[in-house]
Design a binder for this molecule. Structure first.
Ligand SMILES: Nc1ncnc2c1ncn2[C@@H]1O[C@H](COP(=O)(O)OP(=O)(O)OP(=O)(O)O)[C@@H](O)[C@H]1O
Ligand SMILES: O=P(O)(O)OC[C@H]1O[C@H](OP(=O)(O)OP(=O)(O)O)[C@H](O)[C@@H]1O
Length: 206
């Protein structure tokens, strides 16, 4: 499970799907949470690391943002769109920025592979500058010409005087599965996918 903003929504989804997760899930600093009744163990990692844990098989299944899936390109199955933590990826710049006047613009982002792939597809040559957060700062101080980042409410762009120049792709969280685990524990994992899918599609899940 990803710590942070996805966690709460994912826990709620699992509860709706009939998993009786204890109150500990609502307020804990523990990184491993056991639910013996359901024969489940939850590993809580940084969101960007979830596909790594699943690819290596230390977690059979996981929840990861589509942004993370595109950036990390891990060898895992993406089996269900959970439709939670919705946001989108966009290109933004200062309103004064003239893209036509720029030959190899500098793009600041937390997602270097996703951004590079996008501009390659657009046939645009860019220089990617990898940052770890507060991406909106980069054009304000002259580190980059444009940014590639997640937009949700649009408040961060607005309050920093940036404008969206391109909408790239919608992002939601995905349910992912380790390919070997899927073979070994097909019954359990299929049951989990079905229960989650019922909730996602508007049923009770139980
Ligand atoms: N407004 C948003 N900003 C960033 N991520 C969002 C937003 N809305 C939904 N998400 C989803 O949440 C995930 C990131 O979660 P979170 O912000 O908790 O982690 P993080 O930024 O990687 O962590 P940290 O800030 O501790 O480095 C993204 O992968 C994305 O799929
Ligand atoms: O459109 P909004 O609702 O304003 O949300 C978008 C902002 O939220 C995220 O940042 P986060 O809060 O995760 O901080 P970070 O930049 O340090 O990753 C994202 O990187 C944007 O900066």
């Amino acid at each position: 499970m990803p710590k942070g903003r996805i966690f709460e929504e994912a826990v709620s989804l699992l509860r709706q799907a009939g998993y009786d997760l204890p109150p500990e899930f609502d307020d804990s600093r523990k990184l491993i949470l056991d639910v013996p009744k359901a024969n489940m163990r939850f590993i809580l990692s940084k969101p960007m690391d979830v596909p790594t844990y699943v690819e290596h098989g230390v977690a059979d299944v996981g929840v990861a943002g589509k942004d993370v899936m595109i950036e990390e390109k891990r060898d895992v199955y993406e089996v269900l769109d959970l439709k939670i933590s919705a946001c989108y990826m966009a290109v933004a710049a200062l309103p004064s920025y003239d893209s036509k006047a720029d030959i190899a613009p500098k793009i600041a982002t937390k997602y270097p592979k996703l951004a590079a792939g996008y501009f390659r597809e657009q046939g645009e040559q860019v220089e990617i500058i990898k940052l770890n957060g507060s991406i909106e700062l980069a054009p304000l101080v002259g580190l980059a010409d444009r940014i590639v980042d997640i937009v949700s409410t649009g408040r961060t762009l607005k309050e920093n005087g940036l404008v969206e120049t391109e909408t790239m792709m919608p992002i939601t969280s995905r349910f992912i599965v380790n390919p070997v685990s899927y073979r070994m524990k097909a019954g359990q994992i299929d049951d989990m996918i079905e229960r989650l899918a019922r909730v996602v599609e508007g049923g009770s899940g139980q």
